[in-house]
Design a protein around this ligand. Structure first.
Ligand code: C2E
Ligand code: CA
Ligand code: CA
Length: 727
């Protein structure tokens, strides 16, 4: 067990959802968590439990995060505890203030949970080293107070030197072995430093004082560092020029400084330079590149689905994998092993760095042509793909690379790194070519997404979102038995924004919580309006995102909205994807049981695209499976039949209802019906429509597609199929 594994983390946030999510994520990472919902409670818990790390929200009612941080720092046992502050997105002032009040690090909301775990482990390790350093320093200064500094007195004319015992000890020598005269000291000075010391002594011979740090060699060959101060002494007794010196061993401090530097500039896990150092190096390379009229390229390498490795093999194996990858990238780029920065010496230059959890940065200071950089990128992909042996198995990884070149894409070092990251995002989104070269169009797209975020926030606030309903038809009876509520954003300037686009944005930014609330409120109001038209058992199904499902306010909100609109729970079904349900089975079981108790039904959306595990289906109180559109569309060319058959069979054996979505053709309908799936959603029967249209459809019945004589009288398959004209 590593030292950080059972570390106790105090999570302070007034928002219960953030608190819940943070605790879940951290517990999954092997940490123990404590939760406080405001500053006062946090301080109380801090005093009672003294956690190993504090995760502190900036914005809280009552004491702000800054005040809490300041008060922790003022406590005797709070000086060294790492404090990570949660700030708003790109909130420069908060970041500055966080550091001003003594925060160790910050992480901006919305929180990337995988990254958070890495950050915390990193910060805990650094804190451990700092603690040791402080202890070392304390014992060092104690020792110095107790033992006097080594000293000497030199009668320059006679070259007679009186050295204290402690002085000899600095050289690890007995007095008898040291040698006589001032120059004798040179024999014990580390060879490269000798000219320096000799020159300083030459000056001292003429009465010039100095302070010099140099290294000495002990008889056992070990090298230590001393600092020596020399001044003219008291010559009043007529003995001619007298010089006095004192020296002390500062090896421990020098080592400590080197370690601090190591911490500041290098990634602890891989030994590679970190992001800060990478940026510094890039700055230098950019200046040279502009001066010499040459090209320099930056690549950002991101390992695909690395979180999965961590989740399935555990964080320690994940760490090992990252070490292997770091080593391979370095070898591939011909980087030397990261040199220990010499005490005070210049920092070395390099090509490979670790930028974030599973993200590596590559700097190519001199590329002739763009193709050259692309070729290197493909070589790097090759080394990532080579199997990695961990005890018991071989892992094969893949990666994506974003590439940007200076001056082709930008003339600024920071912008160059951003451009490479923008390109990487594109490579991640498209799922095609793993190497993406930056382009202006990407910049525009990234900017649009950014502005879209602001507009969506406003649209939710201004109630601009609309809800439409897509009927779900029982093909055996021709009745509309359900309708799925689907959100719409009729954007004034841009035209309608596709739901997957703004839903994913809302999920990433946390806006999905108010968005879903808005949708649910609308749905309840519409149900209240349509109640008279709805046949018994008719339900509206409403999509929920993962964030909604994890929201501690979900159940209370649903109850409150239903009560407000006077709508019974039996009119509602929620659609959740398998991935969301599987994330935390215990949690899901609990929530689903509460929903069932209320009378709300639950459907598994996009079934077949995720885990599709029978074990969890048995355990969870779900009512409906929705066969994903992708399988339905494959039915046309005879593919996908096996999967569809399996899903229908599974649903029937568990006593679940099964709905096919995205049904567009009569032949798809026939194939589904023949296999016992009668509940159909798709353009074949109806597109999503307004609440008003839905009410009409409920009254007049659905218009059946031509070539199909419905309503059917029973569920008899033969009868039904017999009424098709051949498609
Ligand atoms: P989904 O839950 O799988 O919804 C079904 C999608 O398939 C809808 O797209 C619907 O219009 C479309 N569809 C239905 N029949 C057919 C068909 O025959 N052919 C084709 N090609 N498409 C069909 P839509 O409305 O664009 O929604 C896309 C996704 O956005 C939804 O996928 C759902 O994941 C998400 N979404 C929509 N509304 C909400 C919402 O209110 N809350 C949340 N959390 N997600 C929503
Ligand atoms: Ca759905
Ligand atoms: Ca779906």
């Amino acid at each position: 067990m590593t030292a950080t594994e059972s570390a106790r983390i105090l999570v302070v946030d007034d928002d219960p959802l953030t608190r819940l999510m943070a605790s879940e994520a951290l517990r999954e990472g092997g940490f123990v968590t404590l939760e406080a919902q405001d500053g006062a409670q946090a301080l109380g818990m801090f005093d009672a439990a003294v956690p190993d790390l504090v995760l502190l929200d900036v914005m809280m009612p009552g004491l702000s995060g800054f005040e809490v941080c300041e008060q922790i720092r003022a406590r005797p046992n709070g000086a060294l505890v790492p404090i990570i502050m949660l700030t708003g997105l790109d909130d420069g002032d908060s970041v500055q203030r966080a550091f001003d009040v003594g925060a160790t690090d910050f992480i901006s909301k919305p929180i990337n949970w995988t990254l958070l775990r890495f950050r915390i482990r990193y910060v805990l390790r650094s804190a451990q080293v700092m603690k040791e350093l402080t202890r070392n320093k304390e014992s060092l200064s104690n020792a110095q107070r107790i033992a006097r500094l080594g000293s000497w007195e030199w009668l320059v004319g006679d070259d007679r030197v009186q050295r204290s015992d402690q002085y000899y000890r600095l050289f690890g020598q007995p007095a008898s072995a040291f040698g006589a005269g001032m120059e004798a000291v040179l024999d014990h000075v580390y060879l490269p430093d000798r000219p320096l010391v000799a020159a300083a002594l030459e000056g001292a011979r003429r009465g010039v004082g100095f302070q010099l740090t140099y290294r000495v060699v002990w008889p056992d060959g070990s090298v230590r560092t001393v600092v020596e101060t020399v001044e003219p002494g008291d010559s009043s007794e007529g003995a001619g020029l007298v010089m006095e010196g004192s020296a002390q061993d500062i090896t421990d401090q020098v080592d400590a400084q080197r370690r601090i530097r190591q911490l500041a500039y290098y990634d602890h896990l891989t030994g590679l330079p970190n992001r800060e150092f990478f940026r510094e190096n890039l700055l230098g390379a950019a200046v040279r590149c502009l001066r010499n009229d040459s090209r320099c390229a930056v690549m950002v390498v991101d390992i695909d689905r690395f979180a999965r490795i961590n989740d399935s093999l555990g964080p320690e194996r994940g760490d090992q994998v990252l070490q292997v990858i770091g080593h391979r990238l370095r070898e591939c780029m011909g980087d030397r092993a990261p040199a220990e920065p010499a005490g005070g010496g210049a920092l070395p230059s390099f090509k490979v760095a670790r930028l974030a959890a599973d993200e590596f940065g590559i700097l190519m200071p001199d590329v002739g042509h763009l193709d050259e950089a692309v070729a290197v990128a493909h070589r790097l992909l090759g080394v990532v793909r080579a199997p990695i042996h961990v005890p018991g198995q071989d892992i094969t990884l893949s990666a994506r690379i974003g590439l940007a070149v200076m001056p082709d894409h930008t003339g600024d070092a920071d912008a160059l790194l951003k451009a490479a990251e923008t390109a990487l995002n594109r490579a991640k989104r498209t799922n095609g070519e793993p190497v993406a070269l930056f382009s202006e169009e990407m910049k525009v797209a990234a900017f649009l997404r950014f502005t879209l975020e602001g507009e969506l926030r406003r649209a939710i606030g201004d109630h601009e979102l609309r809800v439409v309903y897509q009927p779900i038809v029982d093909a055996a009876t021709g009745m509309i038995v359900k309708a799925e509520a689907l959100v719409r954003w009729p954007h004034m300037g841009r035209g309608p924004v596709p739901p997957p686009e703004f839903i994913s944005l809302a999920e990433e930014t946390g806006m999905i919580v108010p968005l879903s609330r808005e949708v649910f409120e609308r749905v309840c109001a519409d149900i209240a309006e349509l109640e008279a038209d709805m046949p018994p058992g008719f339900r509206i199904s409403v999509n929920l995102s993962g964030v909604n499902f994890m929201d501690a306010q979900l159940i209370p909100t649903v109850r409150a909205e239903l009560a407000k609109a006077g709508v019974p729970a039996s009119r509602i079904e929620f659609e959740l994807t398998e991935t969301v349900l599987m994330r935390d089975l215990d949690y899901a079981t609990g929530i689903l049981a509460q929903l069932r108790e209320m009378g709300v039904r639950v459907a598994v959306d996009d079934f077949g695209t995720g885990y599709s595990s029978l074990a969890y289906l048995r355990r969870l109180a779900v009512d409906t499976l929705k066969i994903d559109r992708s399988f339905v569309s494959e039915l046309d060319d005879g593919q996908g039949i096996a999967i569809v058959e399996a899903v229908i069979g599974l649903a029937h054996s568990l006593g679940l209802e099964v709905v096919a979505e995205g049904v567009e053709t009569i032949s798809q309908l026939a194939a589904l019906h023949q296999r016992g799936c009668h509940l159909i959603q798709g353009y074949l029967f109806a597109r999503p429509m307004s609440a008003k249209m839905l009410s009409q459809a409920l009254q007049s019945g659905i218009r059946m597609p031509p070539g199909l004589s419905l309503p059917m009288v029973g569920k008899d398959e033969g009868m039904f199929l017999g009424s098709f004209s051949s498609p």
